[in-house]
Design a protein around this ligand. Structure first.
Ligand code: TYM
Length: 327
């Protein structure tokens, strides 16, 4: 069975953007593929974190994955930092990746501009991501569009390694869904909805109170045209809400345009608010049950044990091929 893998980094609460861009895709594919999903806590460290808050969030992410419907029987679920072979693999890959290639990554360019004291980890971020993907021979990586370039880098790194040292890695592809690949901030639809955004009014967290979610959607920035038409360039706010509704209610954009022809924004927003709040409320209920059941630790033990044994084998294979073993 082919493998798919994805990860989310615990730099803030899981957002609706993460749910739609990554988790929903995993949900669709978990029956067809052997699925791996993890919390990318080492990636979170590339920007300063409060240790207690980070520790707390890691478990919340795991609980949320399962509450969203990722079945622990079909998914290997684990915490990245518990797999000590991944940083080793990442280092070996770093030594095969030209500095120029890593420093050309859009995310690195943007984030390094925001803070003059950026860490070296910010530069090597996509190589650690390559290690996450390549150790377990994942062929598809469901992500939002912002991570496409990183998956392409992982593929280049794998290809170069295979050419230099012989076939070692499967070449991965990013899996980007047609709709909802970049959910925008509700207050400023020119930028993506992000966990680390300072204004919470633009961001829907999967832990937000359902009534609060409705209010945020009703107050989302739109335009003065008052027609429900998909036009991301000229009507980014409305198009964003259409994307959300399309994915959550599983209806096409053209069907939404048809359904809301002649309706005002208030009526449309009400529907988006209702659908979103209802779906998230259901997930929150499952989350609460799950936390009470106390089964997360055994799921994580099982997940890390499988992840570790695959990574250990890949690490040994790489070391041998690269000449860093005793025999
Ligand atoms: P993170 O936590 O920033 O994002 C997790 C996933 O959510 C997607 N995403 C979005 N999709 C749609 N609309 C949005 N507004 C939105 N915001 C985020 C991201 O594209 C991503 O798929 N680097 C990864 C974490 C990671 C990883 C990996 C992913 C570490 N190693 C290996 C895949 C494979 C990240 O951006 O996390």
């Amino acid at each position: 069975m082919k493998r798919i893998l994805t990860g989310l980094k615990p730099t803030g609460e899981i957002t609706l953007g993460n749910y739609i861009g990554a988790i929903k895709q995993m949900l669709k594919l978990q029956d067809e593929y052997e699925s791996f999903i993890f919390v990318a806590d080492l990636h979170a460290l590339t920007i300063p974190q409060n240790p207690d808050e980070l520790r707390d969030r890691i478990k919340k992410f795991i609980g949320m994955y399962i509450a969203c419907g990722l079945d622990p029987k079909k998914n290997t679920i684990y915490i990245q930092s518990e797999n000590e072979f991944i940083p080793g693999i990442s280092y070996l890959l770093e030594c095969t990746c030209p500095y120029g290639e890593a420093s050309r990554m859009i995310q690195f360019k943007e984030k390094s501009k925001q803070n003059a004291n950026f860490s070296v980890g910010l530069l090597t971020y996509p190589i650690l991501m390559a290690a996450d993907i390549l150790y377990c021979d994942a062929c598809f990586v469901p992500v939002g569009i912002d991570q496409k370039q990183h998956v392409e880098l992982a593929r280049n790194i794998a290809e170069r390694f295979n050419n230099r040292y012989g076939k070692t890695f499967v070449l991965p592809d990013a899996l980007i869904s047609e709709v909802g690949t970049k959910i925008k901030d509700l207050k400023d639809p020119s930028k993506k909805m992000s966990k680390t955004e300072e204004n919470p009014q633009g961001v829907i967290s999967m832990f937000d109170d359902p009534e609060e979610i409705k209010k945020k959607i009703m107050k989302a920035t739109t335009d003065s045209d008052n027609t429900i038409k998909y036009d991301p360039e000229n009507k980014p706010g409305i198009s964003n809400l259409m994307n959300i509704l399309s994915v959550l209610a599983n209806i096409s954009i053209s069907k939404i345009e048809e359904k809301f022809q002649g309706c005002g924004y208030g009526e449309f927003k009400k529907e988006v608010a209702e659908v979103t709040a209802t779906e998230i409320a259901k997930i929150q209920k499952k989350y609460e049950e799950l936390i009470k059941s106390g089964i997360l630790d055994s799921i994580l033990d099982e997940g890390i044990s499988k992840s570790r044994s695959l990574a250990q084998a890949k690490y040994q294979e790489m070391r041998k091929k690269m000449g860093v073993t005793r025999l």
